[in-house]
Design a protein around this ligand. Structure first.
Ligand code: FDM
Length: 212
């Protein structure tokens, strides 16, 4: 069956502020898809395992300082360096479930006073466009109750408020808002129903690329 041979995987991106449950759900989605016999892999940005990712990791851990524009471009470069492999996976029918993507890049860098949101978006243009962005919505008040923020850069409440406002600026029709304040199992049920319909729609649709 040629239609089956040609069907591609979907690019599913999870976005949201810290402590909204993205990473937990990424793992559960991949597990759930694999358990039902579908090809799926998790990806995380930043991917700290590459040379560029190493620099980003040191920056986030505050082991070094970097100029704001420069580090923004490193986060973007970290996506670009992984594009060929991601494209190969999608074409081989593997669904990619991605913990943060370009929207984190723009929302976080754009929360710094010297960086303009449109400027931040420019170098993201041309990366693979997600078939859906699942935006995990949890009030900052609720997120704070889930435990202390860690000690990495950006894990500060006033910064997260700006990030949330920037996400609102970025929202498009590709986005589905997920109420992340529900229990892990309820959230999982909700995201899985979106994920399954997105995977079946993406199968016959060509890969698209992100534009502003
Ligand atoms: N982050 C993440 C950015 O600033 N730009 C990006 O492009 C991406 C993908 O890095 F504070 C920020 C967001 C967050 C940190 O933290 C990564 P987690 O907790 O490992 O997701």
């Amino acid at each position: 069956n040629t239609a089956m041979l040609m069907s591609r995987g979907a690019l599913i991106v999870l976005e949201g502020c810290d402590r909204t449950g993205k990473t937990t759900q990424c793992r559960k989605i991949v597990q759930g898809l694999n358990d039902s016999g579908m090809k799926a892999k998790m990806r995380t940005f930043p991917d700290r395992s590459t040379p560029i990712g190493c620099l980003i990791d040191a920056y986030l851990k505050k082991e070094c300082e970097m100029e704001d524009h420069a580090v923004h471009l490193l986060f973007t470069a970290n996506r670009w360096e992984l594009m060929p492999g991601m494209k190969k996976d999608l074409e081989a029918g593997v669904t990619l479930v991605v913990d943060r993507y370009s929207f984190s890049g723009v929302a976080f860098s754009g929360a710094k006073s010297m960086l303009d949101l449109e400027w931040c978006f420019q170098p993201e243009q041309g990366v693979i466009r997600p078939d859906v962005v699942l935006y995990f919505d949890v009030s900052l008040h609720e997120a704070a109750k889930r435990g202390e923020y860690g000690s990495e850069r950006y894990e500060v409440r006033s910064f997260q408020e700006k990030v949330a406002a920037n996400y609102a600026w970025l929202r498009t029709e590709d986005w589905q808002v997920i109420d992340g304040s529900k229990s892990v199992d309820e959230v999982y049920k909700n995201v899985m129903s979106v994920v399954k319909s997105v995977i079946s729609k993406a199968k016959s649709r060509p890969i698209r690329y992100l534009e502003l």
